[in-house]
Design a protein around this ligand. Structure first.
Ligand code: GAP
Length: 463
């Protein structure tokens, strides 16, 4: 009989995240701020590990991709050129009874009607009205809604507006990181040795005035995006697009996500400039939903920035002399969508006798703590001294934790819940035989290992 139960609800993940210091609601002591979350001590390690893997895969291991870190504030014209000022919106509908604000495309999706945020106001209103009788407000059950309106998601700031005049052009907090890449494309080209095809990668904060604030860290108003924009010759666009799709799928497998929980979703309603658009969806507790977007964007981005800035953003092929505006394919993903997927994927409740152990079976590369070191007893100086020595040695190489609280069973349970792959216990025999007990998170098997061989033992398993 399989002793592993896999009933992963979002409520269980939210509870574990709070209890064990992965994710906290923002400014909680003041009642929280909707759709904003803070990473706690273990959450930040997990998120950092995801970012490090992404950067390694995207930049370090590739000769054709370089990194960038552009500012969050950008010239207001950037967002006009990109189309965000006029088109970056979601369809908002309000319940007439309780005034709950909802996304019309999501309400339609829940009753099995395909709709998305790219539809025109007219199209989505027509669809919404046709299905109105079947749609209920999830808050109060009413079926009375206002008309669907396009609601712009850009977040405005008052940066540089010292007069308080409403006529001043607002400086937005960026709505996606890739605009920083497009406006630096020429700088990168002129200052490095990159040649087409090449990519620019960036990880950074993004802000969106999301209408709905549900689904925990899946949809937040402030989040980190990891984006890679790949500049190609127009004739290479679809071939390179297929290559990128494969790489992105493999990335999730490497992070430990099972293929059965992943699927491709093709966008049916393409924006006019796009050649292809697919999402990688993950099976979250609320169903399959978008984790990452992989898009072939044509020459739209650089053509728009060329037009609005008046700068020539053509690329000149060094061999043929051909001039052209490069086409762009992109990989775009929110860090928290991967973090949530990894938590869901790793979460297990296992029956051990009469007890249930909760364990996060995270892959070694993303586990927030790699090794925990315990002295068997807290009040035995020699045990604590030896355990501290081992901890000090190992922490140079791995994220380690020293724990002497409660009994060993409780310490194991705590480390299981944060996903620590190995726990090391120093006992009285250790002082005699120079060996410690190493316990494996997944099998719970324990082995005696010589202290001087610990680095090798862990190296073979963790690296
Ligand atoms: N540059 C393209 C772009 O930004 P997008 O589909 O709007 O495209 C890309 O966003 C990715 O960013 C999504 O696939 C998702 O992983 C992440 N994302 C978008 N909105 C998010 C939100 N409110 N909270 C967390 N992640 C989000």
């Amino acid at each position: 009989m399989d002793k592993t139960e896999k009933i992963t609800t979002l409520a269980k993940i939210v509870s574990l995240c709070k209890r064990r210091g992965f994710v906290f609601p923002s400014s909680e002591i003041y009642g929280g701020l909707a759709a904003v979350y803070d990473y706690g001590p273990y959450g930040i390690e997990l998120a950092n590990a995801v970012k490090a893997q992404w950067w390694k895969d995207m930049v370090q291991l590739r000769e054709d991709v370089v990194g960038l870190d552009a500012g969050i504030f950008m010239h207001p014209k950037v967002w006009e050129a990109s189309g965000h000022v006029t088109n970056f919106s979601d369809p908002l509908v309000e319940c007439k009874k309780c005034h709950f604000r909802l996304r019309a495309d999501h309400l339609l999706g829940e009753i099995g009607v395909e709709a998305d945020e790219k539809m025109s106001e007219q199209e989505i209103n027509k669809l919404f009205n046709e299905n109105k009788k079947k749609i209920k407000c999830p808050n109060c059950g009413s079926t009375e809604f206002t008309e669907v309106k396009k609601f712009n998601l850009l977040v405005k700031s008052n940066l540089g507006n010292f007069t308080g005049s409403p006529d001043e052009e607002p400086v937005f907090l960026r709505g996606e990181t890739c605009q920083g890449i497009y406006v630096n494309y020429k700088n990168v080209l002129d200052s490095t040795r990159v040649k087409i095809p090449f990519g620019i990668a960036q990880i950074g904060k993004v802000f969106r005035n999301e209408i709905t604030a549900r689904q925990f860290i899946f949809r937040t108003r402030e989040f980190e995006q990891m984006e890679m924009q790949y500049f190609v010759h127009p004739d290479q666009e679809l071939e390179e697009y297929e290559k990128l799709k494969k790489l992105r799928w493999e990335f999730y497998k490497k992070l430990g996500i099972q293929e059965k929980n992943l699927r491709w979703h093709q966008h049916e309603n393409l924006v006019f400039y796009a050649k292809q658009a697919y999402d990688i969806e993950y099976k979250y507790p609320f169903g399959f939903d978008e984790m990452e977007g992989v898009h072939a964007r044509g020459d739209y981005d650089l053509s728009q920035h060329s037009k609005f800035s008046g700068q020539d953003l053509n690329y000149t092929d060094p061999k043929t002399g051909q001039k052209y505006i490069p086409h762009i394919i992109e990989s775009s993903v929110g860090v928290s969508r991967i973090v949530l997927a990894l938590l869901v994927e790793a979460y297990r409740e296992e029956k051990i006798g009469n007890e249930t152990r909760t364990v996060l079976k995270l892959s070694n590369q993303v586990a927030p703590v790699k090794v925990a070191v315990f002295p068997l007893l807290k009040n035995k100086v020699e045990l604590v001294k030896k355990a501290k020595e081992i901890y000090s040695r190992l922490k140079v190489k791995y994220l380690c934790e020293f724990d002497d609280h409660g009994n060993i069973g409780k310490r194991y349970r705590r480390q299981d819940e944060i996903g620590t792959p190995y726990c090391i216990t120093v006992d009285f025999d250790s002082l005699e035989d120079g060996a410690v007990t190493v316990r494996d998170r997944d099998t719970m098997k324990q082995e005696r290992i010589k202290i001087e061989g610990l680095e090798r033992y862990l190296g073979e398993r963790l690296e």
